[in-house]
Write a protein that binds this ligand. Structure first.
Ligand code: EPU
Length: 434
């Protein structure tokens, strides 16, 4: 096991290059299965989740190879329907295989994704959409088995209690592109990652109208071709670096981004006093107001609302801002595992239902803390950058699932961050269960 040791107190500065989006790339790997031809994906982030997805596609029969650090080739001439539990259980996004497998070979056997610390994550909406299209679905020994031999185009309302579903929309969309007739998906997700999936599918020959809206119209075609596609920049990674600059009151340039994807987040930052100026099409300069930051309110919502994937990092930032900030989680109402760890660093945060109430401004103290999931890891690292003394973040394998070279990029910005084996810690600070 590795840990990150962070020595807090440095204001970060310099330029950081943002990688391709994890949550765009993962369904695109699955989409490559829709054609028997070769697909090349560029600007793919170098992450453990991507490597797992590559292994799963290989298991399904595709020839998968890496042409460079961020370029993958997928050649799925022959595909079989059984996804391996050992790999699927490591990554919920593998549920995105259902749609392409059912569309291409009319059969899928994908293990039900397991529990998740960010809260209850059902797949009922994925299954509802496929059932409405005529798929027969059963659950056998934890494996979702889908027979898609009778798929037909229908009108589906795919929204749920918490709004739209991102990977559920991806699944229904990918099932529909090869289904004869016009399928409509109302209440569809309009995240940039779904728009990027539509862009890739259209390059493959799919007929899709309404990308970026809540109403998708898909006219099924007989077959799709391969394509070369460049994955969009990771808006969550970009925003995480913006908050790293804000939490250290530093000054950075975030490069290789799509500023238009940061709307609701940028608004909250602006109101708090984080100054964001985009002087070129794909970069943004970040610094903080000279008279300090103001407390802020965040409500997480599906796009174009404030992303749930930034709530933990925003919570860490709020801890350093004098006054009362409130963060309300509307997507995953129990995604607050970072809070007990922030309390260990001296933060004052109370949780009332799905609201985190942060009394910010008290200095944070470095401490050994435990990362529970990807975004919580980033939040604890941000808190460590602002804290007095040393912070040791355990279980950073969560971080490596979703941030390419986070520690290297922060070091290049002047942060004191070191990756060490856990054995480098005094025994009393080692994690009891690792
Ligand atoms: N939901 C249902 N039923 C379903 C599907 C979802 O009730 O069948 C609910 C969920 O419980 C949640 C809400 O709908 O309350 C939204 O979930 P969604 O399906 O949109 O999430 P997801 O597709 O499983 C993706 C990202 C997550 C991100 C969420 C929300 C990928 C691979 N994952 O998950 O990313 O938090 O959308 O934006 O795209 C992360 O990167 O750290 C991460 C967790």
């Amino acid at each position: 096991m590795e840990i990150l040791r962070i020595k807090g107190g440095n204001q970060i500065s310099g330029d950081v290059q943002i990688s391709g989006s994890k949550n765009a790339a993962l369904p695109q790997f699955a989409a490559a299965l829709l054609s028997a031809e070769e697909t090349i994906l560029e600007n793919v982030p170098d992450l453990s989740d991507i490597r797992f997805m590559g292994e799963i596609l290989t298991h399904l029969g595709a020839e998968v190879s890496k042409l460079g650090p961020n370029t993958w080739k997928i050649y799925p001439a022959n595909v079989q329907p059984n996804a391996p539990y050992e790999l699927v259980r490591k990554m919920r996004a593998s549920i995105c295989l259902l749609g392409p497998l059912v569309a291409r070979i009319k059969k899928a056997k994908v293990p039900m994704p397991g529990g998740c610390v960010i809260g209850h994550r059902p797949i009922d909406l994925h299954l509802l959409a496929l059932r409405q299209m005529g798929a027969e679905i059963s659950l056998n020994q934890g494996i979702v088995e889908v027979d898609g031999s009778g798929l037909q185009a229908v009108d589906i309302f795919i929204g749920g209690r918490h709004g739209s579903t991102v990977t559920g929309t991806a699944n229904a969309l990918m099932a529909a592109v090869l289904t004869p007739g016009v399928t409509t998906l109302d209440g569809a997700a309009c995240e940039p990652e779904i728009v990027d999936l539509c862009t890739m599918l259209i390059k493959m020959g799919a007929r899709i109208d309404g990308a970026g809206s809540h109403l998708l119209k898909i006219e099924g075609v007989e077959k799709l071709n391969g394509c070369t596609h460049r994955v969009i920049p990771d808006r969550i990674e970009a925003a995480t670096y913006i908050m790293s600059a804000a939490i250290t009151r530093g000054k950075i340039r975030v490069k290789g981004i799509t500023p238009g994807h940061l709307g609701a987040f940028a608004k909250v930052m602006h109101e708090s006093g984080v100054i964001l100026s985009s002087n070129e099409e794909d970069s943004m300069d970040v610094h903080t107001r000279a008279d300090g930051l103001s407390p802020f309110e965040v409500v997480t919502l599906p796009y174009p609302g404030f992303p749930t994937d930034l709530q933990a990092q925003a919570c860490a930032l709020a801890c350093t801002v004098p006054g009362l900030s409130i963060l309300t989680e509307r997507v995953y109402p129990s995604r607050f595992m970072h809070i007990p760890e922030l309390l260990r660093m001296g933060a004052e945060v109370s949780l009332e239902g799905a609201n985190a109430i942060v009394r910010g401004g008290k200095p944070l103290n470095g401490a050994p803390v435990m990362a529970s999931d990807l975004r919580a890891s980033a939040a604890l690292i941000l808190a460590g950058l602002a804290a007095e003394g040393e912070t040791w973040v355990h279980r950073i394998y969560h971080l490596d699932r979703g941030y390419e070279s986070f520690d290297n990029k922060l070091r290049n910005l002047g942060a004191e961050v070191e990756r060490l084996p856990e054995t480098a810690l005094p025994p009393t600070f080692r994690s009891p269960t690792d």
